[in-house]
Design a protein around this ligand. Sequence first.
Ligand code: FES
Ligand SMILES: [Fe+2]
Length: 369
Amino acid sequence: MTISNIQGLRASFTRDEYTASSVFEKEMREVFAANWCHVGQSYQLGHVGDRLVAQIGDESILIVRNKEGELRAYYNVCQHRGSQLCDESGSGYGGAIACPYHAWTYSLNGKLVSAIHHDQESFDRECIALKQVRVDEWQGNLFVNLNEQALPLVEWLGSLYSKPRQLEKFEMGSLKTVLTTIDEAQANWKVLVENYSECLHCSTVHPELCDLVPVYKTGKTTQDDRPDWGASLAVGKTAIAFSQDEALPLLTSMDDMDDYSVFGAYVYPNMLIDVMPTCVAISTYIPRSATHTTVVTNYLFPAEVADNPPVDLGPTLSFNDLVNKQDISVSERVQRGVASQSFTQAYHTEMEKYAQRFVKQYRQDTQTA
Ligand code: FES
Ligand SMILES: [Fe+2]
């Protein structure tokens, strides 16, 4: 009997979908290479010549800021004999893109501008250029899309069930990153997304967070009496932090609310946004294999706080890192469980409605409905 036959429950993913490399390869093509993927923060490309290398499924993508100040993204592949151009760690300033193999050099607009040792040869340099992919930014976040047919970024964000554009009122583009953490989760990326999509686990996994956000104790992510999808902090609590004494300025729009509040959105397929009264945490999932996902989390604060913190930010940063690690730890526990030969398929209850929406979107993309 499959789980889909159990009355009142919705089928989630199968053991194979959590563990098999063949499924992983398919979803890298049909989910990650077909949708806008979050690859970093705009500040990383603040100057002409800044560059960033991002992994989208199997593809390495090089993103640069050109001399006109515009973003450009290319497959990270030299058009001579195919050497990868930049390493993932190879961010930094440069006026051109030089291949480390035979030094063919491309402008920031992707055109071949020089090929040493070939001055006497008359091949047509004009028709040699890096292969371009789509890149755009939203609220200080960089996105890349390998699908030429996809909707423009903002239109796409507006179509998502999690409504990330509702968070524009917090003006995330004006914030600055204070800390970036990188965690290697021994878990399938979908396990992490399902975990983020529900709060049934909050009372057992995040007792500290539940003390600050009471609705989480009930298993719900938002309050029924709040149409804005926010969740109120407990009376007397003002920040998602170990200490409530911090005199940090509130984010734009937080002032207008009756309660100190938190908001969250999963941006399919690989981004999480957590808005808190005084800061925002933005996480990116980078799937490495069926059982391994890199989680990059940026903690952003208003520029005046980031540049000159009025108080120690440690209590905020360490609290959020604790919650992040609790989620990773429980996701790794799930991954060990779903790998058992006894496990066939997961399922969702009615309260896991956002996880159900995620499965639905995934099934549409991969045509596995
Ligand atoms: S492969 Fe890049 S210059 Fe030869
Ligand atoms: Fe969690």
